[in-house]
Design a protein around this ligand. Structure first.
Ligand SMILES: NC(=O)c1ccc[n+]([C@@H]2O[C@H](COP(=O)([O-])OP(=O)(O)OC[C@H]3O[C@@H](n4cnc5c(N)ncnc54)[C@H](O)[C@@H]3O)[C@@H](O)[C@H]2O)c1
Ligand SMILES: N[C@H](CO)Cc1c[nH]c[nH+]1
Ligand SMILES: [Zn+2]
Length: 415
């Protein structure tokens, strides 16, 4: 059920998933640019099979959504919200941080929330009330004034409840590349945003990457992935369950087991086959497993290097000395340590964020957090003494660069 993989091809193949759809995504973007809302209505019919007359979700629809969901589900969302909020509150920085570094010279950092952000919440092959929490909560904690959200129709009432609990400002019934285009470029109904965050399939992710000129993005957060680093101490049934869990998201999802034990890879493969028989969403999983497999390494050190090359969205560590691997490994969006840490816990309720870089992008990006919704300005408070402290250096270097007006702007104050 799982094949042996070549690590060098893996990341390249993950990345090409976005460029493969770039022609169709460009066409969608151009249509939204030219036709605004009417393009959004057209794609809702074409891709989601929904005839819409309004794009914006009304207050009444949000209120009614509570009538259409089980109270137990609302309670679970409320509990998840509290855990996610608490973890994200820890990430908050002081609005103004100042440090006196010399007599008359104080330096600092001023942190300001972004004004208007757009959150994409997927809704194609599954609905994602949990992603409503994961995108909106850090924006709210950061102090963003306007939090706009888009998700494909028909919108699951539980997703609306999730938005409401998280504290969104406005919600639109539009999905895919067209939703990203609407948030980046604006339409009659959707006011453009400064930054777009959130995960989605290859169409959504390609659109985010192509529209950066208009709205900044968090990072490419495409089809789900899990990397597992395991040795003979690992339980093959647990690993197989984690593989199927991420595989069921999308035919383009991918799962990689990196291990020092060939026998473990064989056992996991058998377990995947066994658990697959009982799994729903077989069609999706089967395709995702074609992108998945195992890599056998001679040593644990090699396994760590290979894992860093893959830079998976989620990394599950299932070895004797898991803290050793935790210390050594460098590239992963979110790390799950030990046999009793299924990725599903981070997907919903541990409190960490499940919006994470995929396709090897955890080499350079962090998962979604409060800092994605703020920016900083450096500050210097300099008085006459402070100017004396650094004045000579500034004048000397400015003249060396031939920038005499720079030097004079200091000299004039020192006379
Ligand atoms: N990396 C992360 O942080 C993270 C988190 C959660 C989910 N995910 C991923 O989000 C994705 C959700 O995907 P989904 O498809 O269920 O929902 P989605 O909302 O991302 O995509 C659905 C939309 O895709 C568009 N679409 C579908 N087929 C198309 C086509 N042929 N041409 C153009 N547009 C088309 C439609 O507009 C549709 O509404 C999965 O890949 C999942 O793994 C990633
Ligand atoms: N595993 C997904 C990120 O790749 C997040 C998610 C949401 N719901 C379930 N799982
Ligand atoms: Zn998941």
């Amino acid at each position: 059920m799982l094949k042996e993989l070549d690590v060098r091809n893996w990341v390249a193949k993950r990345r090409s998933g976005f460029s493969d759809v770039s022609d169709s995504v460009s066409e969608i973007i151009n249509n939204v640019r030219e036709n605004g809302d009417s393009a959004l209505f057209e794609y809702a019919k074409k891709f989601d099979n929904v005839e819409l007359s309004e794009l914006r979700v009304t207050e009444d629809e949000i209120e009614d959504s509570y009538e259409n969901v089980d109270m137990r589900l609302v309670e679970s969302l409320i509990e998840a919200e509290a855990r996610i909020t608490e973890f994200h509150e820890y990430q908050k920085k002081d609005d103004l941080w100042l440090r006196n570094v010399a007599f008359g010279l104080t330096l600092g950092v001023k942190t300001t929330p972004l004004f208007r952000v757009g959150c994409y919440i997927p809704g194609g092959r599954a609905s994602y009330p949990s992603t409503a929490l994961m995108t909106v909560i850090p924006a709210r904690v950061a102090g963003v004034s306007e939090i706009c959200a888009c998700t494909p129709p028909p919108v699951n009432p539980l997703t609306l409840v999730g938005f409401d609990i998280a504290g969104v400002s406005e919600i639109y019934k539009t999905g895919g590349a067209q939703a990203v285009a609407a948030m980046a470029l604006g339409t009659e109904s959707v006011k453009p945003v400064d930054k777009i965050v959130g995960p989605g399939n290859v169409f959504v992710t390609a659109a985010k990457m192509m529209l950066r000129e208009y709205a900044e993005i968090d990072f490419p957060a495409g089809p789900s992935e899990i990397g597992i680093i395991a040795d003979s101490s690992a339980n093959p049934a647990f690993i197989a369950a984690d593989i199927l869990a991420q595989a069921e998201h999308d035919p383009n999802a991918a799962c990689v087991l990196v291990t020092t034990k060939k026998s473990l890879a064989e056992k996991v493969s058998e377990e995947v086959k066994k658990q697959f028989e009982k799994a729903p969403r077989k069609e999706i999983i089967q395709k995702a497993l074609l992108n998945s497999g195992f890599i056998i390494c001679d040593t644990l050190e090699d396994a760590i290097s290979v894992t860093d090359e893959i830079a998976p969205e989620h990394l599950s560590i299932q070895v004797y000395d898991s803290l050793y691997v935790l210390n050594k490994v460098k590239n992963a969006g979110s790390i799950f340590v030990g046999p009793y840490a299924p990725v599903a816990c981070g997907d919903y309720a541990s409190g960490t964020n499940h919006v994470l870089p995929t396709a090897g992008y955890s080499k350079v990006y962090s998962g979604l957090n409060v800092s994605h919704f703020t920016k900083t300005s450096t500050v210097q408070i300099i008085d006459r003494d402070g100017l004396e402290e650094i004045g000579d250096i500034v004048e000397t270097l400015a003249e060396a660069e031939g920038l005499f007006a720079h030097a004079e702007s200091v000299r004039i104050r020192r006379r």
